[in-house]
Write a protein that binds this ligand. Sequence first.
Ligand code: PBG
Length: 320
Amino acid sequence: MNHRPRRLRKNAAIRSLVREKELNISDLICPVFVTEEKNIKREIPSMPGQFHFSLDRLGEEINEIVEPGIKAILLFGLPEYKDEIGSSAYSKNGIVRQAVGLIKEKHPDLFVITDVCLCQYTSHGHCGIIDDNSVDNDKSVEILAKVALSHAQAGADMVAPSDMMDGRVGAIRKTLDKNNFEDVSIMSYSAKYASAFYGPFRGAVNSAPSFGDRKTYQMDPANSGEAVKEAGLDLQEGADILMVKPAMAYMDIIYRFKQDFNVPIAAYNVSGEYSMIKAASLAGYLDEKQVVMEAMTGIKRAGADLIITYFAKELAKWLS
Ligand code: PBG
């Protein structure tokens, strides 16, 4: 036999010599939920091990994130006040603005990315402005640009629009540039699918739409050519990083983006993917560490350069 691939699997040393992909702590982005209440560290029931933090207790969490060497966070705000246009998403003392300010004061080197969307902030729970019972694209884009600007003014390093309106990346880029924030980058949720895997997140941030669904703006899970089209448009409009979301049921999209586009690709390992593994591990059906390492390595192997995951803190400890 000339071919014996097992020769290169003979022991741990040779396996590590020929290993093609390796997870690094510096690949990880850790999501953080900040609420406008006081003295809160509240576990999210559908996401065991994940918490809401109020501003006065946010420092505890940030220290735990920074300690094992995680370099970046993705911030989500939970406002007290909601209205039709999501005005608390860009108000002067909006929750994300306050959180960014606090974090940057103590950890100027932590890379702070903010989620730019309206669903947590609108009374109807849609990611844009409602006109005549449907989401009005261009009115929504105007507000989203304001939200992104307000985050940049507070000191965000990068904004991540997750709304899936047409033209939002271009509008945000233009607004940021006009206000001298040329250095604030954009990670676009380019291929964000209308996915049931967001279920635990929506419960967590109380953002489920009060009528209809998100299928008129988020993508049909059956489509991949359309994802490439979305990504191409985002790049033309000025996106710096392209994201695929969710990750594990969309590995082909991650792979295609990496083949087709010469920019960093991010994958969002979403709430439902986290909760599935967590629940099975808590029930004793799976070995959490091994399954998480395998899943994340798979996401990297598919082509992701960056991984947004609720497992970030655990992974960072395992990897260090
Ligand atoms: C806001 C937003 C969502 C997620 C990230 N940003 C929810 C949604 O679109 O319904 C999902 C995150 C997750 O499930 O972990 N638009």
